[in-house]
Design a protein around this ligand. Structure first.
Ligand code: ATP
Ligand code: MG
Length: 321
């Protein structure tokens, strides 16, 4: 039916994550952590999409250590093509520690810059193979070093040349945006993407004092994007297109145990559904269910779900399949 080898290609950080067990637990005192869990925003996205049946390929880099084994085993178990995941002999797998403050805000300690994650490299033959995809999905968190920025630029240009589309979730982390090269790379991806998936905080970062509705309209008019889906956590999401009324999607009421990964699962489900030819309405319902399911499990990728789980969640709230 198609001449695309993959529905979705993603590239970027792979890491092992440790989650503080207790809300309010500190980093400057001993405490208990659960983990290692496989993680990395593009990996969470990829796992969600693959579990829904999308043909997904990943470009990344892990160390020659147990954390690398853990991550590769997970990606392979989900059926993701990991031919372009390198194992670095010298640098260890990237890590992250996360803790939740009493008010629900998160703090992270990342070791990515001095890990295998920063040694992402794909040869020309692999790049050409990966470029045969319906969608390239980029995470802003992956645009964190000159090497990954250059690699994703090259991949994006080839995907475009082969007729694929680009989706972008800015996943803005303020501390990374202090670097002018990172900031420029994020803005360039916003200019160039077809589908833009910001959170409310991402959009506020972009718009400054501008009212949200004006930022949305300006992006749709001035940029290439044809679809913008704004993620509002427990308040659901909203899809915007030029010349269409905005489409509001309610969140499914669930018991939130760990918010990490909701946005990535939402995006993975949305793009997997669109790649499978689903209507936008159906794709948004699946995405909303995937985001809701994600927060019910502790660990970044532990809440990724298959179609049957999502269909059951939608049906239990009166939706159709
Ligand atoms: P992340 O922290 O992973 O970067 P994000 O900020 O990109 O997340 P969110 O808005 O937090 O994205 O979550 C994405 C979607 O997941 C929401 O639009 C909503 O549909 C769903 N979701 C998130 N949190 C909840 C919740 N507590 N209950 C129900 N659905 C939720
Ligand atoms: Mg996000």
């Amino acid at each position: 039916m198609s001449d695309f080898a993959f529905d979705i290609v993603t590239a970027g950080e792979l890491l092992a994550e440790f989650v503080a067990e207790r809300s309010g637990q500190r980093f400057d005192a001993p405490g208990r952590f659960q983990g290692p869990f496989p993680s990395g925003a593009p990996a969470i996205f990829a796992s969600q999409a693959a579990r829904m049946g999308a043909r997904v390929a990943y470009a990344g880099c892990v160390g020659s250590d147990g954390f690398g084994d853990l991550i590769l085993e997970r990606l392979n178990a989900d059926g993701i093509d990991t031919t372009a995941v390198r194992r670095d002999a010298e640098f260890p797998t990237g890590t992250a520690f996360v803790r939740y403050r009493a008010d629900g805000e998160r703090d992270f300690i990342f070791n990515l810059a001095h890990s295998a994650a920063a040694r992402l490299d794909v040869d020309d033959a692999q790049l050409e193979r990966l470029a045969g995809c319906r969608y390239l999905h980029v995470m802003g968190s992956s645009l964190s070093s000159s090497a990954t920025i250059a690699l994703i630029d090259r991949l994006a240009a080839r995907v475009r040349a082969r007729g694929g589309q680009i989706s972008f979730d800015p996943n803005i982390r303020a501390e990374l945006m202090a670097d002018p090269a990172v900031r420029a790379a994020v803005l360039a991806r916003i200019d160039d993407c077809d589908i833009f998936l910001p959170s409310e905080a991402d959009l506020a970062w972009l718009g400054g004092d501008e009212p949200e509705a004006e930022t949305v309209e300006r992006l749709l008019i001035e940029k290439r994007m044809s679809l913008l889906v704004l993620k509002r956590a427990a308040r659901g999401s909203e899809a915007f297109m030029l010349d269409h009324a905005p489409r509001r999607v309610a969140a499914y009421p669930v018991d939130e145990r760990d918010p990490t990964g909701a946005g990535d699962c939402f995006g993975g489900a949305l793009i997997a559904a669109l790649a499978a030819g689903k209507s936008l309405e159906r794709a948004l319902a699946l995405a909303s269910a995937a985001g809701a399911h994600a927060v019910t499990r502790v660990g970044p990728m532990e809440g990724c779900s298959d179609r049957a789980t999502l269909d059951a969640l939608i049906a239990s709230h009166g939706g159709s399949r």
